[in-house]
Write a protein that binds this ligand. Structure first.
Ligand code: HAS
Length: 542
């Protein structure tokens, strides 16, 4: 990666890792308070800490990491950014950083304890929303710079397929831009005027529907960079080949088509949405599971073909041939493994009847700590172990490689306790997003307490995991020995066919995506607005 592009990527990574440090600390406090054994000092309240944790890790760490990663990917696989595109990338960075600082200040001042989902009826200080708007606008500017760089390459290379990693980054950017239109609409049209006092009331169902139009593709915006690594980088790290370039592209296109028109699966228990439309969106949710199943198939195929090429015998002989001493492989691999139960949990959530059992219980928190906070985040850590030294002109030493593997193991242990206990307590009815309470001595609430303690144990182990990552990050950014680190980019298997050019017919894919969104949302939206109850004044948190 060109050194000027490397600086831009690193700027995004610095903010991401600062968010990890602060958000991780808030996470530790979170589990301690919920165990009932710790009371926070200085009037800090549970919802404030929960908001810091969710916003910094769910929104800031992810978005900044992904932007930094995608800039590096495109620079490496399509070519150095032009000065104009790079400056645009910096403008995006500063908008996002200023926005983050504004929103974070409001949360720390206790003016915005509205959780990371921030939809009505909870109302924060207007500066919180203006900050979030800047983060989104900044991400559009940064995404625009990536799309422009790709479009220029396309113009100069007619009839050629772009590199797989650039293609993937562009799909993720398109998906993000389409998805964020929903959250931008609710913030700018509904929430901000209401928080500024220009209107008295707000339509909560519209606000939640627009939020979840954005909220579900947001989780795939986090997932797809991990898939980029699994499909196209891990094969190179293990010394194998990408199983199929076309299969990988097709799965990304399926994400573009099906990850947006599915937001109702977060609103299955909500009144005011016609059950027929909930059913349709559940069917579409099951469609978006298919590309993940394709990914699992493709990864097994990559690992198995590699193992057999090294002489592995028997059904699982290939397993032993994988490079178990290399953190760049082991850490994302733990992420892949965790995604098997995590994905199964997602399928449970999406099934209407079972959703009634787990909705708003701490099971859901367990689900997203396996998906986002393990499968995705461990892959992000695995990426950092080669990308940061590549960008800073340093090398991962043997000692740091070992520490990185230990970090992955510590994370696995901590998360097994924490997420396992969350899943179990959720099935016993323990609510999510609530501080410690004995609920007036209710017998059922007593059953949850041991699980809450297990969560605190897991949370404390995870915090050690965060300290280890930060040590490795600081080492790789500032202190590791100087040297060259490879940016691994996988090659496709020998004799593979070229990917069909139709995969880059954006009018077609963006057109189908828009049609599916209009199909899934137009009539329910008209219904929601026509049958709207009187607006709510909401709950003011500032
Ligand atoms: Fe989810 C709630 C459904 C995936 C994140 N999800 C959430 C929330 C978050 C989140 C943050 O339908 C909470 C939002 C809130 O605050 O309220 N989710 C799904 C479904 C999937 C899914 C169907 N979720 C994710 C991913 C996330 C994420 C990914 C973040 C990154 N989720 C739901 C639903 C709710 C929900 C409902 C609402 C619940 C409620 O009522 O509130 C699917 O995409 C999952 C498909 C995945 C698979 C697994 C494929 C496995 C692979 C690994 C292969 C491994 C290998 C290695 C090859 C089918 C690819 C193996 C090697 C060996 C040797 C074994």
């Amino acid at each position: 990666v060109d050194s000027r592009d490397a600086k831009l990527s690193m700027a995004y990574f610095y903010v991401a890792f600062i968010a990890l440090a602060l958000g991780g600390l808030a996470g530790l406090l979170q589990t301690l308070v919920r165990s009932g054994k710790v009371v926070l000092p200085w009037g800090i309240d549970y919802y404030q800490v929960l908001t810091v944790h969710g916003v910094l890790l769910g929104l800031v760490l992810t978005t900044f990491f992904i932007m930094g990663f995608q800039f590096a990917l495109i620079s490496r696989t399509t070519g150095t950014f032009t000065n104009g595109a790079r400056i645009t990338g910096w403008v995006g960075f500063w908008l996002m950083t200023i926005g983050t600082a504004m929103a974070a200040t409001m949360v720390l001042l206790k003016e915005a304890s509205v959780l990371y989902t921030f939809y009505a009826p909870l109302m924060a200080h207007p500066i919180f929303y203006i900050g979030l708007t800047l983060v989104i606008v900044g991400s559009w500017v940064a995404g625009g710079s990536m799309i422009a760089t790709y479009a220029k390459w396309k113009r100069n290379n007619p009839g050629k397929a772009s590199s797989l990693l650039t293609f993937m980054a562009i799909i993720n950017t398109f998906m993000w831009i389409i998805a964020t239109l929903g959250v931008a609409a609710t913030v700018l049209i509904q929430i901000l005027p209401w928080s500024l006092g220009l209107v008295d009331t707000i339509d909560i169902l519209v606000s939640r529907t627009l939020f979840w139009y954005f909220g579900h593709p947001m989780v795939y915006f986090w997932l797809l960079p991990a898939y980029m690594c699994w499909y196209a980088i891990v094969p190179k790290i293990i010394g194998g080949k990408i199983f199929s370039d076309s299969l990988a592209r097709l799965s990304f296109i399926l994400f573009l088509l099906f990850s947006i028109p599915v937001g109702f699966h977060h609103q299955l228990v909500e009144p005011g949405i016609d059950p027929a439309w909930k059913y349709i969106q559940v069917v579409l949710t099951f469609m978006v599971i298919i590309p993940s199943l394709m990914t699992a198939f493709s990864l097994f195929a990559t690992f198995e073909s590699f193992g057999r090429s090294k002489g592995a015998k028997g059904l699982f002989g290939w397993f032993r041939k994988l490079p178990w001493g290399d953190a760049r492989f082991v850490v994302p691999f733990i992420g892949m493994l965790s995604f098997i139960p995590a994905g199964a949990g997602g399928i449970i959530n999406a099934s209407h009847q079972m959703n009634a059992v787990i909705h708003n219980t701490i099971w859901v928190t367990g689900h997203f700590h396996l998906t986002a906070a393990t499968a995705v985040v461990l892959t992000f850590f695995g990426i950092s172990y080669w990308l940061i030294p590549h960008l800073t002109g340093r090398v991962l030493t043997k000692a740091m490689n070992k520490l990185a593997i230990i970090q992955g193991i510590v994370w696995t242990i901590g998360m097994s306790f924490m997420s396992g206990a969350m899943h179990a307590a959720g099935l016993l009815g323990a609510p999510r997003r609530s501080s410690f309470s004995e609920y007036g001595g209710a017998a059922q609430a007593q059953e949850w307490i041991p699980y809450q303690i297990a969560q605190a144990v897991g949370g404390s182990i995870l915090f050690i995991g965060i300290i280890l990552v930060l040590i490795i990050f600081i080492n790789l950014a500032f202190f590791a020995p100087k040297g060259e680190t490879e940016f691994p980019v996988g090659e496709v298997a020998d004799g593979a066919e070229k990917p069909p050019l139709v995969f880059e017919n954006w009018k077609l894919w963006l057109g189908i995506s828009a049609a599916l969104i209009l199909f899934a949302y137009t009539i329910p939206f008209i219904d929601i607005i026509q049958n709207a109850p009187p607006g709510s004044k909401g709950y003011k948190f500032w």
